[in-house]
Design a protein around this ligand. Sequence first.
Ligand code: MN
Length: 132
Amino acid sequence: MSVRILIVEDNATNLDLMTYLLRSFGYSTSSAQDGLAGLEAAKTGQYDLILTDILMPRLDGFEFAHRLKGEPGLARTPLVAVTALAMTGDRERILASGFDGYISKPIEPQAFKAQIESLLSERDRGKSSDHR
Ligand code: MN
């Protein structure tokens, strides 16, 4: 069964790039263009991984993470921030806000592939334990 990834991103260029790359790596993708639409998509689909931008209209990535982690059926889905916010404090805030990982923009195809594979294998390891 194909791995399903939800991409929440308001910038069409970034969304198209991530969609293109993830599909070329063999994953299925769906997308939403703001946090509220992302939350609805997450509730109605079964995803193995959710990637989200931080700066978005209607609901930003932090609030999206907060609401997602408050949903019993979604709290365990790995959630990864994809953002150009690069300061150390931003990274710490992201990891303190419920995100399971962080990928920096601009997206570099080779590094992106390795990061996604690593996040998915962490999730597979986490399935057998109950530490979260
Ligand atoms: Mn954005």
